[in-house]
Write a protein that binds this ligand. Structure first.
Ligand code: 6PG
Length: 253
């Protein structure tokens, strides 16, 4: 099947990427709240989105967002307590969630410690309660990062979760980390109305090029698994991460 022509937006700096992602966030929340009364997002973990989350918590942005109608989920979680520096929830909470007036019932952390299989089942149940009428979780936005090994969420190369076709949430054993990770499955992410990869830094150039320009090899480049059936897929990248991409029509923002 021919691959989607990727919608890649290249910005000069990581701050420019964060600014653009924040503007998109505000517009999407506004559109969703006006159209259907709420907005749901699966947040990305790692370091890259921290800048975006911090920006959303500033006076320039936080007042433009209806937090009472915004529902925060997570794309994956590490095997760490929610108050631990390794936790994706902890990063998002410190950078954004504790700084804005979002009702606690609108924030849905994954549980990374304890019985990982039970945690995956529980989170899937929580998602099914929220997305009650749909076959898959139809997030308004799934925010994703990209690892240097072309993983996204906790869909790491060669791991079992890459082949998940039925569950929404899986406990994924990651040998290189000697750890289980909770992660949304590829179809659960691809069901989002909008998927946005945010990728910055020259250390991601090889992975970005492999995912975008390389041969389709989803075991080796798991981010290639994310192909929204009905939604939009956008890449927001800085010049350093885009430095090895094949020349193509892209928008230089
Ligand atoms: C995580 C993320 C993961 C992340 C990439 C990139 O739990 O770490 O879900 O998929 O997006 O590893 O991480 P950086 O943004 O820190 O480079």
């Amino acid at each position: 099947m021919p691959r989607l022509r990727p919608d890649i937006h290249i910005f000069e700096t990581p701050d420019d990427v964060a600014e653009a992602a924040a503007e998109r966030f505000v517009n999407l929340v506004d559109d969703c709240v006006q159209r259907k009364g709420f907005f749901s997002i699966a947040l990305a973990g790692g370091n890259t989105p921290r800048r975006l989350y911090e920006l959303l918590a500033t006076d320039a942005f936080k007042g433009k967002i209806d937090w009472s109608r915004t529902h925060i989920f997570f794309g994956d979680e590490r095997a760490a307590p929610l108050n631990h520096a390794d936790s994706n929830f902890h990063m998002a909470n410190e950078a954004l969630l504790k700084k804005v007036s979002i009702p606690s019932e609108n924030v849905h952390p994954m549980t990374g410690t304890g019985d990982v299989v039970e945690n995956a089942r529980n989170y899937e149940r929580e998602l099914k309660n929220f997305f009650s009428e749909t076959e898959w979780p139809t997030f308004d936005l799934a925010l994703l990062g990209l690892g240097k090994d072309a993983h996204t969420a906790s869909l790491f190369p060669g791991t079992a979760a890459l082949n998940e076709t039925r569950s929404w949430v899986v406990a994924n054993w990651v040998l290189e980390l000697s750890s289980y990770r909770l992660t949304l499955s590829p179809p659960a992410i691809s069901a989002a109305a909008n998927v946005e990869f945010v990728v910055t830094g020259k250390d991601k150039a090889a992975a970005l090029t492999a995912v975008i320009d390389g041969p389709v090899d989803t075991e080796q480049f798991p981010a290639q698994l994310i192909e929204p059936r009905d939604g939009n897929l956008v890449w927001l990248v800085d010049a350093a991460a885009a430095s090895q991409l094949r020349a193509r029509e892209t928008s230089r923002d």
